[in-house]
Design a binder for this molecule. Structure first.
Ligand code: CP
Length: 326
């Protein structure tokens, strides 16, 4: 067990070593058990977390806020629009000043080319840990909850299991690429053979791909890329199919929408799920574009673990907060 997490930031998925992530998971399961038994676990009494949002949220806000209360502390919900950031408060000022008020600063900032830099600049100036509630590059707390869920469903030894991280079509908006990037970085460390499946225009950031390849090599797992949804799903133990924007290809919204329209057939439906293993699980971080990105039959069907996955956000985040802010 690693015990040196006090005061540490969690911005990118590789900020914590594999052993440190294992510690997080152990604590998360302990906290999940305590909550199920109604056992008090106020490890953060009198501590306060700032939750600074530049982008909307359902699960992330709810789970961080509930988690801090369950740990005996408080979470302050701060919408960037209601602050003086637009009037000139810099990253340094937010980091230095909020670092004095708060015991942790959690930030969601998904703007392409801006969000990750913002978090890192705040972290440089803050004496309190900075926690990434999703940026343009990473969604580490989603990924921790995903890993926890996969282990609950498939066991802690994930060697020789195939996970497909697949692009899926959605019409609602150009979603960040942070979820697939986090998954391809973290999952190889835990033994999963990862297949990334996407149309050519939906490639992820080259430096993240290189890091994912390096992780797979280091941990003796496979990492491959295909451009065919059916091929990706074939014989998968874990199907993780969601939409993301063609941001590396083009940051232009209209051009991106045109490109996206070409791939409306990339939907997760019952027929495609049949290509995966019989006991495959279907995962999605939510929100999903129902019957566009995934059919109701799949997301509400027997393979789906999306509600357990959403619940695990709470336990994984409480674990990281208790370890870093305690
Ligand atoms: N999965 C996830 O991060 O959900 P929200 O955008 O609702 O927070």
């Amino acid at each position: 067990m690693q015990t040196n997490l006090h005061g540490r930031d969690l911005i990118g998925d590789l900020d914590f070593t594999k052993e440190e992530v294992e510690t997080v998971l152990d604590v998360a399961w302990d906290l999940k058990r305590k909550r199920a038994l109604n056992e008090p676990h106020a490890y953060l009494r009198d501590k306060v977390l700032a939750m600074l949002f530049f982008f909307s949220s359902t699960r992330t806000r709810g789970s961080f806020e509930a988690g801090m209360a369950q740990l005996g502390g408080h979470a302050a919900f701060i919408e960037s629009k209601s602050t003086q950031i637009a009037h000139g408060d810099t990253e340094k000022e937010i980091g230095d000043i909020f670092g004095r008020y708060f015991d942790g600063i959690a930030i969601r900032h998904c703007d392409w080319g801006i969000g990750n830099r913002y978090l890192n600049l705040v972290a440089e100036a803050s004496r309190s840990p900075v926690l990434n509630m999703q940026c343009d590059m990473y969604h580490p707390f989603q990924c921790l909850a995903d890993l926890m869920t996969i282990m609950e469903k498939k066991g802690r030894d994930l060697r020789k299991k195939k996970m497909v991280v697949s692009w899926a079509y959605a019409a609602s908006y150009s979603k960040p690429i942070s979820v697939p990037q986090s998954l391809i970085l973290q999952m190889p460390r835990f033994g999963l053979d990862v297949t990334l499946s996407h149309p050519p225009e939906f490639a992820l950031m080259p430096e993240i791909m290189e890091q994912a390849q390096a992780q797979a090599k280091k941990y003796g797992t496979s990492f491959e890329v295909v451009h065919d949804m059916d091929e990706g799903f074939k014989d998968a133990d874990i199907v993780y199919a969601k939409s993301w924007g063609p941001l590396v290809f083009t940051a232009d919204i209209e051009k991106g929408a045109e490109v996206t329209k070409k791939y409306a057939s990339w939907i997760t439906n019952e027929k495609r799920m049949e290509l995966a293993k019989e006991d495959a699980i279907y995962m999605h971080p939510l929100p999903a574009d129902r019957n566009i990105e995934v059919t109701d039959g799949v997301i509400d069907g027997p393979h789906s673990v999306v509600f357990d996955e959403a619940e695990n956000r709470l336990h994984a985040q409480k674990a990281v907060m208790a370890l870093t802010m305690g």
